[in-house]
Write a protein that binds this ligand. Structure first.
Ligand SMILES: CSCCC(=O)C(=O)COP(=O)(O)O
Ligand SMILES: [Mg+2]
Length: 249
């Protein structure tokens, strides 16, 4: 049985969307920006090595996804057709909130422009930065684990409504380490940061992520924020809930 009353931890691992950032910021600002600008971005950056690496990965993912999803097209070679196909797939995946690693990498590159132009600012809830500063003062390292690419994570925190938060963050993980619903991902994070599983506190809004982290031996809390999906009573009992990061202090 998980002890959901005490919170003693030597590392803090944070989900982004629905935990420290509103779902609305991601769904109503970031995703539409990528949806609108994917074709334009590819036109302008097509020949860059970073784009070409992502396109190769997207080709493989499209092959796999097309097996089970008739809306996914296989990506053709010539530039014009390639951009057309990738744009179609990416828009389809954005609508379905697919957490596909190369698509997330491409989104991060597209968002870079939006942050640079000042068209978006990374949302964080008002309780987040003050609490993280206290945690950091206690010499407890803070890590991020999100389905968004590490590049996208850094952009969000470097350009947040609270200013540059990256100076208090120790490290970042994305789906390159594994999916958030798989317990092996948390075991790998524990090994990588050199903190035993039982000494890591993981905060998330998603039951499957809490279950996976808990199975790996991490302490977990489910975070309730306005606009989040509702949680089952079973999960609330199993992992405990918080409505503000102040509750972990
Ligand atoms: C890194 S900002 C964009 C967030 C994102 O793309 C996403 O899919 C959110 O997933 P999370 O794991 O943070 O809930
Ligand atoms: Mg989340």
């Amino acid at each position: 049985m998980t002890d959901t009353t005490t919170t003693q931890f030597n590392a803090l691992l944070l989900d982004i969307e629905g935990t420290i950032t509103s779902i609305s910021f991601v769904k109503d600002e970031l995703f539409p920006y990528a949806f609108e600008n994917v074709g334009k971005y590819l036109e302008e950056h097509y020949h860059k090595p970073a784009t070409q690496i992502i396109l190769e990965d997207l080709r493989l993912v499209a092959e796999q996804q097309a097996e089970n999803d008739l809306a996914v097209v296989r990506i053709r070679e010539p530039k014009k057709e390639c951009i057309e196909d990738v744009t179609k797939n990416v828009r389809h995946w954005i609508k379905r909130d697919k957490k596909l690693t190369p698509m997330k990498a491409l989104q991060g590159l597209i968002w870079e422009e939006a942050y640079q132009k000042g068209e978006v600012k990374g949302h964080v809830y008002p309780d987040v930065f003050p609490v993280l500063k206290i945690v950091e003062n206690r010499k407890i390292p803070i890590y991020i684990y999100s389905s968004g690419s590490v590049h996208a994570q850094k952009l969000l925190f470097a350009n947040s409504v609270e200013g540059d938060m990256t100076k208090i963050l120790y490290g970042y993980f994305d789906t390159n380490i594994g999916l958030k619903g798989e317990s092996a991902s948390y075991t790998k994070i524990s090994a990588e940061i050199g903190v035993p599983e039982k000494d890591i506190l993981f905060l998330t809004d998603v039951e499957a992520e809490a279950a996976a982290a808990n199975k790996a031996g991490l302490q977990t809390r489910l975070v309730i924020r306005p606009g989040n999906a509702s949680l089952t009573q079973e999960a609330k009992n199993a992992y405990g809930t918080i409505e503000s990061l102040e509750e972990i202090l």
